[in-house]
Design a protein around this ligand. Structure first.
Ligand code: PRT
Ligand code: ZN
Length: 293
């Protein structure tokens, strides 16, 4: 199976934690998505692109096989699948769907480091990633693979410990488990087929990737404008978070002050504004950035 003739395909999660943000990213990249009658396939109105909506576990395989040209999936799923299996190319991290794969234990287990797992049973939905972690740490333990509800395994005496995804930590806490080891930090990533699309679509594919990169790098970025005394210019630009080289312009009728414009790649907090003001900045404006390339 290959992609539909004359059209690119992007695989996204049909329904789950990544679905909404994946659709947002596609839309922010300028693709007008039409939700038709076909639940599996959404059409893009303004480009020859279809969105294939599938279970996240299938996305790495679809992309590695070239059934889809691009895909959005969690690194956790990708790592588990590609451990010796399909191996699509990772284009970039996308900054959402962040979570951590952790080993957690009940308080009844005396835990003194990873060696404490020796000989135990550990329940997980990520047996390959866990096996690699245990091997890397020289620990021999049994792995019980569960599809879901991993957190109840110790209570049901199915396992002594678990290895599961954690975001807020509420699920571990509700089940009386404590996080002990970090196995993998994960977020959603954009993946690409190893096979190029048909010749006429390469330019479109490159442009979609570039736009998505622009959307990701403008997330959280702010445009900051302020006036600064010349004498404090160095100090003020050092306070601007992730600003690179700001633009410095003269202010009419003022020799002692300049206007500073900067794109800040990191969050601009109230504390930052207070520091800027204390350093002598005035007329400070922080504006959202809609698009960046
Ligand atoms: O149906 P399909 O197979 O497509 O979906 P799914 O049920 O396999 O996945 P889904 O929608 O639950 O998650 C999709 C992806 O979101 C995951 O593969 C991760 O990359 C990412 N993600 C981010 C998470 C979490 N955060 C998360 N907290 N996936 C799962 N969880 C679960 C975790 O397994 C545990 O049960 O949430 C619980 C813990 O959450 P906290 O907040 O209580 O710590
Ligand atoms: Zn899944």
């Amino acid at each position: 199976m290959s992609t539909a003739q004359g059209r690119l395909r992007i695989a996204i999660q049909k329904s789950g934690r990544l679905s909404e943000r994946s659709l947002d990213l596609v839309r922010d990249a300028g693709l007008r998505v039409i939700k038709g009658n076909n639940d599996l396939l959404y059409r893009v109105e303004n480009y020859p692109i279809d969105l294939l909506r599938v279970r996240d576990d299938d996305i790495p395989t679809f992309v590695a096989d070239g059934v889809c040209d691009l895909g959005i999936v969690g690194e956790n799923v990708l790592e588990e699948v590609r451990n010796g299996g399909p191996n699509p190319e990772v284009v970039m991290p996308l900054g959402f769907g962040r979570c951590t794969l952790k080993i957690a234990t009940p308080p009844s287990l005396a835990y003194e480091g990873v060696r404490s797992l020796e000989g135990l049973r550990i329940a997980t939905s990520y047996p390959k990633i866990l096996r690699r972690f245990l091997d890397d740490n020289g620990v021999a333990a049994d792995i019980v693979t569960m599809r879901g509800a991993v957190e109840v395994a110790p209570r049901l005496k199915l396992s002594a410990a678990i290895c599961d995804l954690v975001s807020t930590g509420a699920t571990l806490e509700a089940n009386g488990l404590g996080a002990k080891e970090t196995v993998l930090d994960s977020q959603a990533v954009l993946i690409k087929a190893p096979i190029p699309p048909e010749a006429g679509l390469q330019h479109l594919l490159d442009s979609i990737i570039e736009r998505m990169a622009g959307v990701v790098s403008s997330q959280g970025a702010k445009y900051v404008m302020l006036n600064a005394p010349r004498s404090a210019l160095e100090q003020i630009t050092a306070i601007l978070p992730g600003a690179g080289s700001p633009t410095v312009m003269p202010l009419s009728g003022r020799d002692d002050a300049v206007a500073v414009h900067a794109v800040c790649q990191e969050a601009v907090f109230w504390e930052t504004l207070e520091k800027l003001k204390a350093a002598g900045a005035s007329a400070i404006l922080v504006l959202p950035i809609e698009k960046m390339m």
